[in-house]
Design a protein. Sequence first.
Lengths: 123, 720
Amino acid sequence: VDGQAFSASADAGGGQQVGGAMSDAFEFDPDSGILRLQGELTIYQINAVTKAVNALINDESLKAVELSGVSELDCAGLQLLLAIGKSEVHIPILESSPAVKEVLTLTGLQDQMILDAAMKEAP
Amino acid sequence: MSLDHALETFLNESRELLVDMERILLELEANPDEAELRNALFRCVHTVKGSAGMFGLDHVVSFTHVVENVLDRLRAKEIQFNSNLAHLLLRSRDHIAALVEILNIDEAADLEAEGNELLAELKPFQADKVTEKNETASESTGIAGQWHLSIRIQKDALRHGMDPLGFIRFLETLGELLSITTVSDALPPLDSIDPESCFLGFEIELRTKADRVAIEDVFEFAGDLYDIRMIPPNSGLDEYIELLESLPEGAERLGEILVASGALSRNDLDTCLQVQETAAWTEQGKPLGEIMVEQGVIDREKVGAALAKQEQVRRNGKKRVHHLRIQADKLDKLINFVGELVIASATVALNASRSGDAETQESAANLTLLVEEIRDSALDLRMVPIGDTFQRFQRVLRDISSELGKDIQLVITGADTELDKTVVEKIGDPLTHLVRNACDHGIESPEIRRGKGKPAKGSVHLNAFHESGAIVIEVSDDGGGLDRDRILDKAMSLGLVKEDTTLSDQEIHNLIFEPGFSTVDQVTNLSGRGVGMDVVRRNIESLRGVVEVLSPGTKGGTTFRIRLPLTLAIIDGFLARVGESTYVVPLEMVAECTELDADQSKINEHQHYINLRDEVLPLIWLKAHFCQTGEAGRRQNIIVVNHGGQKAGLVVDDLLGEHQTVIKPLSSIFTHLKGVSGSTILGNGQVALILDVPALMQQTVQREDAANRVTQSFGATPSH
């Protein structure tokens, strides 16, 4: 159901081809406006995820990003999180996962404001 | 370069490092106290582990980690290096080499048993868990200091699989990461970001005992994709000023980062910024260092030190030879094109000379000259020194001598001699055969050697040198040499030689190259099964080379001499007309050309020699040999060819001169054709056959021998 809801919103956001094959990298809940990223968030998924995030921001349906299901984060994934944190519309990043937390600690970003929420809620 | 390419690079580098490791281990066995070797050994494994970690090859990392740990202790002289450990480390090296080749983790299971066995054997050499962290974290010498690293990354780095996170994790193994600041100033807004490009930079404070080289090594793998600036511990402010100026974020922004990370104090930063501002409006010709001294910010001594350091870096930079990795098939393609170019330019030269136009001829001559140079440089690209191939035998010899209970050393000379990469690749197997044979059959057991008054330690000598357009490789031993009578007996019993034939020593020695020939009664693991020498000869002949055996050889025992062409692709040829066909003789074999003079021209094809300046010159009548028809030239010519110290005269109808010859292999149905090694295409589109002079000479020699035997037996009869 979530996948369908997302596809619809993506179409509204300019008819981009998102979702579909890539839907296992993320899940969007149109009711709460939360985009759940899950599994690997690496250069292999980054194009699809970035498209999805931009589409959701364009049609103003994205309220927050949630990371508890992210099992692997690379530099490309990290850049996306930083870019989301810098975006004009404030999109909080909720919850974190051990993989995300490890990268943030490694890169000295654990104290940055934008990811505060992510760190606080980390297990 | 994609991720696959990065992996390919990793594979190549790891292979090279592992080859180094083997060499170093063997060197270390000879000089166990050499500290530099121990360090180098550690670095090899360390780098393999690091790059494997970058690709998440956990099966490689977990095993190499243990080996690295042992090597680290070895480096710190906590454990002794002895031949047992050497053996274990060599086996571990082989295991790592096998692991590296397996990129699919599922296949690693096959190697697990061996891995576990090795791990168990390595265990006694390993450090206790408690000290492990510190052990691996430090470069043995010096005290820990605080380095500042500024890392800026090319946009393409992520696409090439060079994720900075991997490098930072690896940096952590060198020491303690005091602080990291991720510089994301260059990150574009979300809606215009290219998410596969890298926009991040890192400012890192690293506390480590490692030296500059060790830190640089971490990033070596990333090549040009990473721009690393390092400030060593206890550096003056000038280094920081330079850094602030050179980075794209601007001095103020970066200064804040440096203060926040503890690299600079607030005061230091203010001084730096002030100096920089001053520099901006002072006349440009003045070096920054001078300005600073004038301002009294830093003393002259410090500037001097910094300059000396820069000078040193510059000098080191000059010494370093830069290498470029190129895919072999790209090179092959280039060489192919060069081959076509050579043919095309020959056509141009031919047409020019036909046109009779002087200017065209001159341009064509220029073109030919340039093409020749291009050809030589292109072929030179494929040339590699044979030394690496020779070095491999250190290990082979070590293993063999322990297996046979003999003490044998390897002596290498002429390692710089260069030859074509294709030839190098194919010569390895035959050489291995010869070296093993030398160890097994050639060199006697220590007892026998002592009895003969020779040193107990035998030696095998590998030598290479260039000789008239060919490379000669010699494998010599100081053993007992070939036993002429035993070989003859064996050959007779095998029916290779008839009872009543008279053979020269050389011919008898060459019998060992016959299929199925072995005089050793006891078959060992290494050799003696009678396969080998004929295969060796076949392999070498397939490279257009020849092998001969000398006994006694250059070192007293036996010497195998292999003569190979430098390259397989293009040769300088000498064109000659025979009947209606054109033949090519490799120019490096042509000693001279002479006319078949008046009284000699009376001789016909049944005369097989002439008197050339009081020397007997055997003749090969090409027209008869190849059954050519057609008008003989008014005056026939002799091309005197020289091969392996022997001369022969090829009788041809016309000399057509020099020609750059691109060798086109003959199709497989002609492989058994003796006397012809290939073909080429001439400028006029005609095909010319390339003569295989050694084979031709051999055929003549055989024919002469047969004739001699007939004469001898006729001559011998009356005396009975």
